[in-house]
Every structure is written in C-alpha cells, then in structure tokens.
Ligand binder design. Structure first.
Ligand code: BTN
Length: 255
C-alpha cells in the first residue's frame, strides 16, 4: 500500500487466501458502499469467472487474480470502455515489471507470442441511466509453468514466466497495475475515452488483418478497422460496409 503513494486505485486492498471469485466479492463490497479504488486480490479462486459464463482456472500461488472497484460518473452504455482502460493498465504494468510487450486482442484478452496471458472481465452495478460501480476483474498468468496449463483450454495459453524465462513478483505486478490504472483513469476523466482507444489500437496486432468473429448473429468475416467510441469492434465487410460487433470471439484468418 505504501508503494502506491497518492494513487486512488489501491487506497484500500482486501486480500483473500481463497475465495469463490474476486469479482463476486467485489460486486458484493461495491453494493455495500465500498469506496472507489478498492482492490481485491486472491491467492486462489474456487469459482473464477471468465467471459460468456466460462470459468477461469485459478490455482494457488502462481498467478494474479484481482478485481478493482471504480465508480466513474458515466451512463451504463459507456461502461465497456473501462475494460479497455484495464487492458492498457495491464499492458503497461507488464512492460514495466517484466520488459515484455503483450498485445491486446478484442474484446478483453492480452497475448504474448500469440498465446493468451491474461483475461479481463468487467461487471457492472448500475441503475437504468447511471453506473453505481464497475468491477474490473483481471486474471494474469504470472508464474504458471507449461505443465500447469491444461491441454483442454479452448485457446493456446501462456504465462509471463514461460515467455520471459524467469519468475516475476506478483506484488510488483499488482502495484504497477494499480498505478497505471490510476493514471489512465485520470486521463479518461480529463480527456474521455479517445486517448485510451488510440493506445489500445496501437497495441492491437489485428488491425488491418482479416478475421472471423463468432457472435450472436453467427459468423462474420472481414478486415479489422479498429474499435469505436463504445469499444465495439469495427470490421470492413466484403461488400464495402462496416460491421459493428459488440460481443464475440475473434479468430485471425490468413492475411
Ligand atoms: C476471460 O478471459 O474470460 C476473463 C477472465 C477473467 C478472470 C479474472 S480472475 C480475477 C477476477 N475474478 C473472477 O472471477 N474473474 C476475474
């Protein structure tokens, strides 16, 4: 805590030896009025949540499982923007602590060497027209060894240790994420989403590439143009039109 100085993010830290899910606990604390900037960290999770109802493998001792409560004064439809803030905070923390450069993958993954190293899950407590709290959940594979990565995952996964060839301090990473998120959140409140959107696009390898997206409407193909002000994925479709996708899974196709 003392390493975070004036940072609003991390002004209160709640640690669990084990919990069901730091996101569930954070939503519970947020409903009870927990202050903005409260950070929850667990050594292990029994019911780690992934996107689209999937689970997030959370073995003890090796990785970072954290959830951060923010209370931005925004309408609920702007809340997806916060996931991109969190993604950029993790990118910058990993660059700083590990000298590795993760790439972002829409909507909420971080990749190293093309394999998933982190996932983000933001959840909302909101009224019709006002956000009460956003919970930013971050799962970062830090010191997991290749043997600890299950072969049954739907996607190739990796860890910082596998990519960097050494182990890293989870506390250093957690502090760096708090500091970078704090700085990005200040920027967001002063200048809006645009600087964060541009930073995210600059760290995305799929811009200009052909992809296939599976989403509610089925499967769409096109060339990635970027993300818009709502965090939706923009695809240049074959007929010259632009497709706007709010949720789905992206897979690169050739060139
Ligand atoms: C995904 O890629 O599907 C998102 C994974 C998010 C996992 C993190 S771990 C900390 C926080 N608590 C949870 O239950 N989930 C998020």
């Amino acid at each position: 805590r003392s390493r975070l100085g004036e940072s609003l993010v991390g002004r209160r830290v709640v640690c669990f030896e084990r919990t069901d899910s730091t996101n569930l606990q954070a939503l519970r604390l947020a409903e009870q009025g927990a202050e903005e900037g409260t950070v929850l960290i667990a050594e292990a999770q029994d019911a780690g949540k992934g996107r689209l109802g999937r689970s997030w493998l959370s073995p003890p001792g090796v990785n970072l499982y954290t959830s951060i409560i923010l209370r931005p004064e925004i309408p609920p439809w702007d809340a997806p923007q916060m996931t991109f803030l969190a993604a950029m905070a993790v990118v910058r923390a990993v660059e700083e602590v590990c000298a590795l450069s993760p790439r972002v993958k829409w909507p909420n993954d971080l990749l190293l060497g093309g394999r998933k190293v982190a996932g983000l899950l933001s959840e909302l407590s909101a009224d019709m027209d006002r956000v009460r709290a956003v919970v930013l959940g971050i799962g970062l594979n830090v010191n997991m060894s290749p043997e600890q990565i299950p072969s049954t995952l739907r996607y190739p996964a990796t860890s910082l240790a596998i990519e960097g060839g050494r182990n890293y301090s989870r506390i250093d990473l957690a502090c760096a994420i708090c500091r970078h998120l704090d700085a990005l959140y200040r920027l967001y409140r002063e200048r809006g989403f645009e600087p964060v959107r541009l930073a995210w696009e600059a760290n995305c390898d799929l811009i200009g590439r052909r992809v296939e997206v599976s989403c509610g409407e089925g499967t769409l193909r096109g060339r990635v143009r970027g993300i818009d002000g709502d965090g939706a994925l923009l695809l240049d479709g074959p007929g010259g039109g632009v497709e706007r996708i709010l949720a789905g899974d992206v897979r690169p196709l050739g060139t």
